[in-house]
Design a protein around this ligand. Structure first.
Ligand SMILES: Nc1ncnc2c1ncn2[C@@H]1O[C@H](COP(=O)(O)OP(=O)(O)OP(=O)(O)O)[C@@H](O)[C@H]1O
Length: 299
């Protein structure tokens, strides 16, 4: 081995270090791409199984490694089918991102570090709430996605990239009915409007009230699929709704919207967690009530 050294009984060569470095980059990029989506859970599941497979193989446990080996063989094909779109986007990303551009590994580490210790993202609250209030009063439809720890690349790429500082006037300009950017959603991450005109996944839940159209369904769908908070301003009624974790809170005041966004951005705090729990319980109760009503009408 070229220029090797020992750590205990392990012989480590420079080639091994380069190998580990590339695997780290690869895993980090995959994680960054999937962060906040359901795909990450499936990916972690596969990763865990693979690690178990490596351990049982190293321990010469023949039967278990035979079974897991069969599963891994089929697993690769399953991964390709399950992550078709992610693999496509990952390859596109590799093609587009160079180490010198923004969005590379080092900048992202820097950004992660900065975000952890920086509460400045709360400064966007005032212009945002002002804009939401104005849009609600003027019945201007809007769809605003907040993402705390990811810029939701998949969804941001479906619209027009902006990377613009949040301001009241900018939000009003985007959602103005005459603006070419007003259709779809904006995504806000790290104080910035990452993209506008984004297409969100539509929820297929069948218990969403009929008065909610596609805008509301898209917001709920987005909150089902990602760890985001979505604010909806209804074009018809001016009412404010928030979608989170696949549920929604309807007809909120601007003050309530502000505190929900605050709680979300600061979601490590206890008060926010309690409120999330209460919202979940309310949802369960509502679902139970609806199923009771439908069973009595069936009878
Ligand atoms: N999948 C989607 N992703 C992003 N935006 C969407 C999506 N589907 C619909 N929209 C937005 O919602 C608008 C249509 O809203 P629609 O009237 O169907 O919704 P709604 O829930 O009834 O809301 P409103 O109360 O504002 O009418 C579209 O013009 C578009 O801007």
């Amino acid at each position: 081995m070229i220029l090797g050294f020992h750590i205990g009984f392990l012989e480590v060569g420079w080639v091994d270090l380069i190998d580990i470095f590339f695997v780290t980059i690869l895993l980090y990029q995959v994680y960054k791409l999937m962060r906040g989506s359901v795909a990450i859970k499936i990916f972690l599941g596969f990763l865990l199984l693979y690690l178990i497979y490596l351990v049982v193989q190293a321990a010469n446990m023949e039967l278990v490694s035979l079974i897991l080996g069969q599963f891994m063989g089929v697993g690769v094909i399953a991964v390709i089918i399950l992550f078709q779109q992610e693999i496509r986007k990952f390859l596109l990303l590799i093609g587009r991102t160079t180490i010198f551009e923004e969005g590379n590994l080092f900048n992202n580490f820097k950004q992660l570090w900065r975000e952890k210790f920086d509460e400045s993202h709360l400064t966007i609250l005032t212009p945002l709430i002002d804009a939401i209030k104005t849009m609600s009063g003027a019945n201007t439809g809007a769809l605003i996605v907040f993402s705390k720890d990811s810029e939701l690349k998949f969804f941001a790429d479906s619209g027009d990239r902006m990377e613009a500082i949040v301001s009241k006037r900018l939000i009003l300009a985007i959602f103005n009915k005459l603006s070419p950017l007003h259709d779809g959603a904006i995504i806000i991450n790290n104080n910035k409007i990452v993209a506008a005109r984004c297409i969100l996944p539509v929820s297929e839940r069948d218990d969403i009230p009929a008065m909610f159209g596609l805008r509301h369904r898209a917001a709920i769908g987005m909150s089902e699929n990602t760890d985001s908070l979505v604010v909806i301003v209804s074009e018809e009624t001016g009412q404010l709704t928030i979608a989170r974790n696949g549920g929604y809170e309807h007809n909120l005041s601007t003050k309530e919207v502000k505190s929900r966004i605050y709680d979300y951005l600061m979601s490590d705090n206890k008060k926010a967690k309690r409120r999330n729990e209460e919202a979940k319980k309310k949802l369960i109760k509502e679902a139970e009530a609806t199923s009771k009503i439908s069973s009595t009408t069936d009878a």
